[in-house]
Write a protein that binds this ligand. Sequence first.
Ligand SMILES: Nc1ncnc2c1ncn2[C@@H]1O[C@H](COP(=O)(O)OP(=O)(O)OP(=O)(O)O)[C@@H](O)[C@H]1O
Length: 323
Amino acid sequence: MTAPAPTATAATSATATATGSPVTAGEPVIRLDGLTKRFGTGADSLLAVDDVSFEVRPGEVVALLGLSGSGKSTLLSLLDGLQAPTSGDGTVLGTALARADRSELRALRRRIGFVFQQFHLVGRLSVLENVCTGALGSLRGPRLGLLSYPRAVRERALDGLEQVGLAAHAFQRADTLSGGQQQRVAVARALMQEPGLLLADEPVASLDPESSAQVMRLLARVAQERELTVLCSLHQVDLALSWAHRIIGLRAGRVVMDVATEGIDRATVMRLYEEVAAGSAEGVAAAVATGSAVPPRPTAAPGSLPAPAAASATASSAFTKGD
Ligand SMILES: Nc1ncnc2c1ncn2[C@@H]1O[C@H](COP(=O)(O)OP(=O)(O)OP(=O)(O)O)[C@@H](O)[C@H]1O
């Protein structure tokens, strides 16, 4: 089964967001312009995200690939407003990352669902209460116990559990579920925020292949049903090819690949890793010299979703300039 095609939304209708900043349906959910993050200063500083520019449109499911340390988690934390960029800018759900103040960034985070590798459920609480905690950002004051949540929240949480196929486990302790089930609960919790964007940082890294496929299938399904944009870092190329519309490949913080999954073969994507193993500069130089990698940035026309079915990405167009 392949990823459902993203649904184009009317380009003209405008919707008010929780912060009041207008997001026009069809406008990019993410628009990055030279986004850069450097840790430390001076000779010992480290460029974790280096001049990253791309757009992600509503309903797209994008897999972020790259070796360990290539900057995937840092990029996700920049998008979530958890870290401030060193230079460049990016707009996420209408909020300019470099110019937003703390309260604007908090408001942005309430509109972004985040799924983590380690699930981050409270094991001793029931599955249903864990899902309810996803609504905390919109509730006043602390909550203790399932019944402290408004009935409407509990009902919505139960609906969410039904959507992820776990309603039967609602009253079980969360730590009695398998890893795959816990991650599906974490997805249901993230959806309680009714997010405009779902970020996932290696959501299947601790799961077996079958559970991994289930979680990725779930993310692709909720993306399609809710026209929800999903940006998900992964180490599994096959899952990215099966469930994402698009792959963005990072190397040493830079985007070196930006390609629709439709029409791309596994070997081409694997070069993202192999060329690094062979020595990045030499690998890319050799690929360019032999004509097997051509470096222009993708030129998707603004206003049009990259359509996997229409994409004719080949080995020759998969790589963007990495130096
Ligand atoms: N808070 C920090 N302070 C200093 N360096 C950091 C910090 N966070 C990340 N880094 C460095 O930035 C680089 C990118 O790290 P990042 O975690 O974003 O990579 P990644 O692609 O997500 O790796 P992995 O796949 O292993 O999770 C790494 O060299 C890492 O050591």
